[in-house]
Design a protein around this ligand. Structure first.
Ligand code: UDH
Ligand code: NGS
Length: 291
């Protein structure tokens, strides 16, 4: 059995709960693109990471046990940057966490929703998480007061990203009902929505479908304060194995009709797992990897 927290787990654990507001937060982070590796890396925080990308504070009991789920393929540099950044910040936020990278094997077209469903199921087998954060690989939080915790409603942790910047706005969202990039849900909220649809192969639509699911399940998305939920998006070329899905609008039009029978529940048939194969699991230095 693996113990989180690396070396720090050798100390006797303190049973006091961690404070509501972590004391070491600094607020707005000074990260910038030309120097990105340097500005996100904190060597001390990396030394504290346990096998498979786990951590648990040694001086108090974390308010939340967080499973970070990253749907992934072919973005190695982004992954290095993001995992370093997360280990640095999430330890400052005094969270117990584990990072899961869920990669889709070639030659199948990328399917973000399916990967997230697989990630949540896998995380649930791996630990007892109170909160799941579904995280794009190219999104870097720019304010450490953006606490990676869940709430009484699902949370959209992005109030603005440089990805949608315009001449008069450095951080923006593409539209009001957009709730992609980084979201936080408890297991029961995720289940209530029946997870993501598994039907979106290629780019687009799965996040809008998930918005419909959450709304149909009588939930809403809450965001942090405007100046807290800001993100730096790492620029990149279009992904070769993720072409725009020409059927996305047709699938989206039937989102509500499909919701109850197609989602995280449709991986099981008579108690048996269907629909995907696990090719490999590795407990890497900074994250757990599932292909
Ligand atoms: N992702 C990968 N690899 C891929 C595609 C997606 O890792 O090949 C993951 C990654 O976590 C990414 C997320 O899925 O952050 C969302 O991918 P996206 O393509 O929807 O969003 P992104 O911001 O790029 O990365 C938007 C470019 C739009 C191009 C549309 C036509 N290809
Ligand atoms: C919408 C897509 C979403 C996507 C959003 C932002 O049009 O999946 O644009 O895209 N919905 C459909 O295609 C139905 S972005 O500007 O980040 O490339 O997330």
């Amino acid at each position: 059995h693996l113990v989180a927290g690396g070396k720090s787990s050798e100390h006797t654990a303190n049973t006091e709960p961690c404070p509501e507001t972590p004391p070491g937060l600094v607020g707005r982070l000074n990260i910038s693109l030309p120097n990105i590796h340097k500005s996100v890396t904190n060597e001390d925080s990396l030394l504290r990471v346990g096998y498979g990308g786990r951590y648990r504070p040694s001086d108090c009991v974390a308010k939340e046990r967080v499973g970070i789920i990253i749907p992934y393929r072919d973005r190695k540099e982004h992954l290095t940057i993001l995992t370093r950044h997360l280990h640095n910040i999430l330890q400052r936020q005094q969270l117990e966490y584990q990072i899961f990278v869920i990669e889709m094997a070639l030659p199948t077209q990328f399917n973000r929703g399916l990967l997230v469903n697989v990630g949540v199921l896998f995380a649930k087998e791996s630990g007892n998480f109170s909160c799941f954060i579904i995280h794009d690989v190219d999104a870097l939080m720019m304010n450490d007061r953006n606490l990676y915790r869940c709430g009484s409603q699902p949370r959209h942790l992005v109030t603005g990203s440089t990805k949608y910047r315009s001449a008069n706005k450095e951080y923006a969202l593409p539209y009001d009902k957009y709730m992609s990039g980084v979201i936080a849900l408890t297991d029961s909220q995720y289940k209530k929505a029946n997870g993501f649809s598994n039907l979106y192969f290629g780019w687009g639509g799965e996040d809008d479908d998930f918005y419909i699911r959450v709304t149909n399940a009588k939930m809403t998305f809450k965001r942090p304060e405007n100046d807290v939920g800001i993100y730096l998006a790492i620029p990149h070329e279009n992904d070769l194995s993720n072409p725009i899905n020409p059927s996305r609008v047709d699938i989206l039009n039937k989102a509500s009709a499909r919701q109850s029978r197609e989602g995280i529940n449709s991986f099981y048939e008579n108690g048996k797992k269907i629909g995907y194969k696990r090719y490999a699991i590795e407990y890497r230095q900074y994250y757990t990897w599932l292909l």
